[in-house]
Write a protein of this length. Structure first.
Length: 122
């Protein structure tokens, strides 16, 4: 009995060793094969195929990151709402109340962002 138990873990260990070995071989091959000559063109900043203009350092306003973060929050909300909408009849009244609380908390976040004028793209 114990032998079959350890044999099943043997497969997992063999796969882990094989996976680490494959990664090690890939990194070693890349180190041996890859060219290492540094040229001015390779060291130049790349901007979507366009030659860089000005300094490489620029500041971005925090409101762009907050706007993107709000988009992610409400995108995640839709990810939770669609599956729930498909099966909410089977879940019962408790699921409806829980989803209402979830949407209410997200609406509070949206209201807070609106009050702080984060959603104004100026």
């Amino acid at each position: 009995m114990a032998e079959s138990f350890y044999q099943s873990y043997g497969v997992v260990v063999a796969l882990l060793i094989g996976g680490f070995g494959l990664v090690a071989v890939a990194f070693t091959a890349a180190r041996l094969i890859a060219p290492r000559r540094q040229t001015a063109e390779k060291l130049m900043t790349y901007e979507c195929g366009i030659d860089p203009v000005g300094e490489g350092w620029s500041q971005s306003q925090i409101r762009y990151y907050i706007y993107a973060f709000l988009f992610v929050i409400f995108d995640v909300e839709s990810v939770f709402l669609f599956p729930w909408a498909n099966i909410f009849v089977r879940l019962g009244y408790q699921a409806v109340v829980e989803m209402a609380i979830f949407v209410f908390v997200l609406a509070l976040g949206l209201l807070y962002a609106y009050k702080k004028k984060v959603l104004q793209w100026v």
